[in-house]
Ligand binder design. Structure first.
Ligand SMILES: Nc1nc2c(ncn2[C@@H]2O[C@H](COP(=O)(O)OP(=O)(O)OP(=O)(O)O)[C@@H](O)[C@H]2O)c(=O)[nH]1
Length: 312
């Protein structure tokens, strides 16, 4: 290996190159051998400077999950004479991994054929770790922004998104889509008699029962806000939707959550509106939600603790 750089003023350039954190290198294209690599490589990866002889030494020290695609990419770009950058994980002598960004300039002969490659390796481990952290946080944030913080089930935002998707699917397949909307009866009085923290626990319990009720993979339970919940039931006809609403009411009755200040029972009850639609060209999800909501409020008006599944 010839480790002396071939520059006009080797002394100055050498000092500059070897004092940067980036690691300079040069590969002769015809022989595929390193003609130079900065001594800093030993500090970064542990491999001695004179152990970098051929491109195979470079390829062998790339983690196997990145090796083939990095080598293929760099060779293809170099053959086309295109400057390029490659990010990959390099293996240190101790078996650790370091993220490297290799920035490569392709030097060509006057006839256009490749003469040599010159480049810099940058240690981007910290940057990658920060990027990974940001991605992870973004994912968490996205998940959180679709979940109701109190109950852990989907929130209104998620419901709106899924409804859009299921609506299109139902329209395309001519399938029925059902909604069960429910609201706890006299929940203000529940909070007043048991306190807000107990009210929160009660909402969590109701959410759990909803989850138990609508168990098919495409079913979605969501908290729309306050003490109002919804079950979105794809490929479910009116009869089945009514049966599911009734099943929830049964599960809630079995849970027998005491509610001494309710005016309809001595346990927690709900009022429920149910609707089913096979969406056609003119139908809009908003109008369907409003219809089911009106049924829910009719259930309230007609005495609560009941299911209304028909009428406007
Ligand atoms: N504990 C708790 N209470 C909530 C939450 N969100 C809304 N509420 C309460 O739910 C109650 C809803 O009251 P209303 O809209 O009057 O309804 P209601 O008392 O259930 O009466 P009806 O629906 O007519 O049977 C209010 O007292 C709100 O403070 C929450 O996250 N936690």
């Amino acid at each position: 290996m010839n480790s002396s750089p071939t520059y006009d003023d080797p002394g100055v350039y050498r000092t500059l190159l070897e004092s940067t954190k980036a690691i300079p290198w040069k590969i002769d294209w015809a022989s595929m051998r390193f003609t130079y690599i900065g001594p800093q490589i030993e500090t970064l990866l542990g491999w001695r400077q004179d152990s970098w002889q051929t491109v195979n030494d470079w390829a062998d020290r790339i983690h196997e999950s990145d090796r083939q695609k990095t080598v293929d990419f760099c060779v293809a770009q170099s053959m086309q004479g295109v400057d390029h950058e490659a990010d990959y994980q390099a293996l240190t002598r101790d078996g650790d991994l370091v993220w490297i960004r290799d920035v490569v300039h392709v030097k060509r002969h006057p006839d256009g054929s490749v003469d040599c490659l010159v480049g810099f390796m940058f240690d981007i481990t910290e940057r990658k770790a920060a990027e990974d952290k940001i991605l992870q946080l973004q994912k968490e944030l996205e998940t959180m922004s679709y979940r109701d913080a109190l109950t852990g089930i989907a929130n209104r935002r998620m419901f709106d998104r899924i409804l859009d998707v299921e609506w299109s699917k139902a329209r395309a397949c001519g399938e029925p889509l059902s909604l069960v909307m429910l609201d706890i009866d006299f929940f203000k009085q529940y909070n007043d008699s048991f306190g807000h923290p107990q009210g929160d626990l009660c909402l969590q319990q109701v959410a759990g029962l909803l989850d138990d009720t609508a168990s098919r993979t495409r079913d979605l339970c969501a908290r729309l806000g306050g003490e109002e919940f919804v079950m979105l039931l794809p490929a479910t006809n009116a009869e089945a939707a009514h049966a599911i609403a009734a099943r929830f009411a049964r599960l809630l009755a079995r849970a027998a959550i005491p509610h001494r200040n309710s005016r309809v029972d001595d346990v927690l009850t709900v009022s429920i509106g149910v609707g089913t639609i096979v969406p056609g060209g003119q139908d809009a999800p908003e109008a369907f939600i409003e219809l089911v909501d009106r049924r829910l409020y009719r259930a309230k008006g007609e005495g609560r603790k009941r299911i209304v599944a028909s009428g406007d």
